[in-house]
Design a protein around this ligand. Sequence first.
Ligand code: ZN
Length: 162
Amino acid sequence: MRYEKDIVFYISNTIIEKIDTCIKLASPNEASGFILGNIQEINNNNGDFSYNYYSVSFHCIKSSTGSTVSFLLDNDQKILELSDHLMKNENLKLIAILHSHPSGTTPSSTDKLNMKYYHNSGLKKFTHLIWIIVDSRNNEMNGFIYLSNKLTQINLILSAYE
Ligand SMILES: [Zn+2]
């Protein structure tokens, strides 16, 4: 898979704890949620840009329908509706959609279809969206983005920052 080191996504310890709680609450189903925050574009002066994503808040999405993940990820209207509401409240951008897998952090074929679909949806909100997949056994996570119509792994950094 292609790897883009110039897209760096920072997740703070506070958010990691919230993700952990969300996964426990959803168990045995897969968990999902939104990360809101800010994106900083840096011009490296040689025509190159790098992007830093700073996560500010995490919202665990609860579902009444059993499988949270398909409830959310297959439903662009639901994503728009929920994230619009949160963004208005917090004045932040939707920067990532997160979901868990029972094992591993590799995007499934359904995940790949969803990512491609949202990337090509023409909605600006989805163009720079990061997809984070968490392994619910050990909370390992990886981030992905659709770039130039290719699935690309990004540089996900789990750390404390203010
Ligand atoms: Zn998945």
